[in-house]
Design a protein. Structure first.
Length: 342
């Protein structure tokens, strides 16, 4: 099989709903564990290198063959492997993103398993309205493996956003990449426009890691660095043609985000644009699944974070001096928002 198996328990009727749906839902947590364990055991890398049976994958992973057969079967049910007879093979998805020999490997981030500890304390977090002490993320949150994971995960969408934004930018445009992480979003622009200059803003240790990603793409000459807290560091007024705010607007709460939007408006030249990439639930917050779940993930891991709707962004952008944002499909969980400074 090459697609994920769906078991679809009979839902029953409104008068007599089938409780099996709840049992299956309870076990969905196991699906996440299968992915994490298989990546932690380098199962996909071993198969890419030629191991194909449970016994040979187990030997390569220094694991138990019977237990490995169980794990590989579960990974196959989830569409991460194909099983034929006793042999397991990679699917296009696992070959590209989960085997270490692939340039798009994102297993490093998955191996860290950053989210799970917090989720076991969700009820406590909902009671308290803040992250549970026991589920606090570890210090490695934005260390090299996490950043490499985020780089791999974001690169395809960054490439699409870069293609959408580049044509309207002057050749020597100035770009501010706020909370740049690996600088994956600005690197897509730098690649497309060799005269474009980027200011990369993040905390000092993260910028040291960003330098490595930038050097790898021979883009160092296009970059300067602004170390500090995005809520406090001085920003050059009316200096930038484009500001990128990717995967960080959700982190600090509404009040600080609204202040930040004002600061970013002042850093843009008139007519300059702000691009926001984030998880955006629909107006009623009834979907899509990922942004709605992501909001809870923020409850578990930040003091004030939340996933904001397009309506909220529109109102806050307008108050900060922007025109209503356009949306750009980038093949990611939510479209990017692009707002022009008035
Ligand atoms: C989820 S990562 C996103 C990185 C990058 N923009 C991306 O999309 O791959 C969040 C980044 O925001 C940075 N960050 C969080 N709060 C910040 C703050 N107050 N000032 C500067 N950087 C911050 C973190 O260090 C981290 O690099």
């Amino acid at each position: 099989m090459n697609t994920r198996h769906q078991s679809h328990p009979d839902p029953g009727s409104d008068a007599d709903p089938n409780p099996l749906q709840l049992i299956e839902l309870q076990f969905r947590a196991a699906e996440s564990r299968v992915l994490t364990a298989a990546v932690q055991l380098d199962v996909f890398t071993h198969i890419a290198r030629g191991a194909s049976t449970a016994a040979t994958v187990a030997a390569a992973a220094a694991a138990d063959p019977r237990a490995m057969r169980m794990l590989l079967d579960a990974a196959a049910v989830l569409g991460l492997l194909r099983k034929q007879g006793e042999a397991y093979a990679l699917t296009p998805l696992s070959a590209r993103y989960l085997a270490e020999n692939s340039p798009d490997y994102l297993g490093e981030g998955l191996k860290l398993d950053r989210h799970w500890p917090g989720w076991t304390h969700l009820a406590d977090a909902v009671r308290a309205g803040r992250p549970p002490r026991a589920g606090r993320p570890q210090g490695e949150r934005f260390a090299a493996p996490a950043l490499r994971g985020m780089y791999a995960q974001n690169r395809p969408a960054a490439e699409r956003l870069g293609q959408a934004l580049s044509p309207a930018l002057p050749p020597s445009a100035r770009v501010l990449d706020v909370a740049c992480g690996s600088a994956v979003w600005s690197l897509a622009l730098a690649r497309a426009q060799p005269a474009l200059r980027v200011t990369a803003l993040d905390f000092p240790p993260v910028l040291e890691l960003a330098r490595e990603f930038i050097a790898r793409e021979n883009a160092a000459a296009q970059y300067e660095f602004l170390p500090g807290d995005m809520h406090a560091v001085a920003l050059e007024p009316a200096a930038y043609d484009l500001i990128l705010l990717a995967n960080v607007a959700h982190s600090a709460g509404e009040a600080k985000l609204r202040q930040l939007l004002h600061r970013l408006a002042a850093a843009l030249r008139p007519g300059g644009r702000l691009a926001i990439v984030d998880m955006i639930p629909d107006p009623e917050r009834t979907g899509p699944l990922l942004p709605v779940i992501f909001a809870l993930n923020l409850l578990l891991h930040t003091e004030q974070g939340d996933a904001y709707t397009l309506g909220q962004y529109r109102a806050w952008l307008e108050a900060a001096g922007f025109e209503p944002p356009a949306t750009i499909e980038i093949g990611w969980a939510s479209p990017a928002l692009l707002a022009r400074r008035r």
